[in-house]
Design a protein around this ligand. Structure first.
Ligand SMILES: O=P(O)(O)O[C@@H]1C[C@H](O)[C@@H](CO)O1
Ligand code: GUN
Length: 331
């Protein structure tokens, strides 16, 4: 099969620069070449090659992939029987460039359930296309994951939220998609999933119920927990007051710079998804307010809440473990 015909990568409106990919021991020069990237990056064969590389080096056969958001790398630190791979050692993998994103893939067990964690994700503002940001989700699928848990740091639009709260994501607004940017742009490869994708049940209601049930059993957690709508923007700048107000009108509760394209990619390849936002700041909704946005402070909010967040994720993973059969799915 001609890889050019089945490539699933699309760069954003033909204007996204790809940066920092390691391939065959050589880093790209980071120059824009969307046409080339569109035809060769992220093919099924490439993702399969990465999956094979990893499976040959670990005995863990993960059922659930976990993406650690800014300041939430602690999720990977609680795994046992660990095999970890720095991103720059994995063929074709992008590299993390953001503080609080360590840049490694960690295979291991969480409460006995085999999982794989991205300890650091890729963002559009780093210069990667949405397809490239989300490519590791397809790797997770091809190493056997049936479920994805995505976490992120986000700003609250909803005035009832407070810094340190957790918002379970019930739904999202794909604002970048409205502008014609989507991780599924370009030719579709049916081996990953269908050309046209329904998104009405993107976030699995049963896992939302598990998380809410778990929170009720964790002292003080119920008060911190909300359910709501997440929106991803390209970043890296935060929102103007007018943009924050627009988000409120759109029904958005929290805003960030990730997750949506990962969930689209995961749903495309048939994964069951659960996601939550750690509220790290209140969005500035009035010109009278001081803007107090600082990435380093956001990372600290994650550190302060790591015990609770780890427990919540462990409980959701335990329920996923119970629902999965023991048949390995890895190709
Ligand atoms: O990876 P996530 O979505 O948690 O990162 C958020 C969005 C920006 O990358 C960063 C802003 O501080 O945190
Ligand atoms: N876009 C956006 N991303 C964030 N990530 C953490 N806080 C914020 C925020 O206020 N806005």
């Amino acid at each position: 099969m001609n890889v050019n015909e089945v490539s699933v990568n699309g760069s954003a409106n033909g204007v996204s620069c790809e940066s920092g990919t390691k391939s065959a021991g050589k880093r790209s020069n980071g120059l824009c070449n969307p046409v080339k990237d569109n035809s060769s990056y992220g093919s099924y064969e490439m993702v399969e090659e990465i999956a094979t590389y990893l499976l040959e080096r670990t005995r863990i056969r993960p059922r659930c992939g976990i993406i650690c958001g800014s300041g939430l790398g602690c999720l990977a630190d609680q795994l046992t029987d660990v095999d970890s791979f720095d991103y720059d050692a994995i063929p074709h993998f992008p590299v993390s460039t953001v503080a609080g994103h360590r840049g490694r893939l960690v295979f291991g067990r969480l409460g006995g359930v085999p999982v794989v964690c991205m300890q650091g994700r890729f963002h559009y503002y780093e210069g990667y296309s949405l397809a490239k940001c989300s490519m590791p989700v397809r790797v997770m699928r091809l190493v056997g994951c049936t479920h994805l848990i995505a976490t992120n740091a986000a700003g609250a639009i909803n005035s009832r939220f407070r810094v340190g709260d957790i918002m379970l994501i019930r739904d999202h607004v794909n604002l970048m998609g409205f502008a014609g940017n989507c991780p599924l742009l370009g030719p579709n490869d049916d081996r990953f999933g269908p050309r046209f994708l329904g998104m009405a049940k993107a976030y699995e209601p049963a896992l939302l119920a598990v998380a809410k049930g778990a929170a009720r059993q964790m002292p003080g957690m119920d008060d911190l927990l909300h359910e709501g709508v997440y929106c991803c923007v390209g970043g890296p700048n935060f929102e103007t007051v007018a943009e924050g107000r627009l988000m409120a009108l759109l029904g958005v509760d929290a805003i960030g710079m990730s997750t949506v394209h990962e969930i689209i990619t995961a749903r495309h390849c048939g994964m069951t998804c659960f996601a939550f936002s750690l509220i790290t700041n209140m969005c500035t909704m009035s010109y009278d307010e001081e803007e107090e946005h600082c990435h380093e402070t956001f990372v600290d909010v994650g550190r302060q809440l790591e015990g609770r967040i780890c427990e919540l994720v462990a409980r959701v993973v335990a329920s996923i473990g119970e629902s999965c059969s023991e048949t390995p799915l890895a190709k």
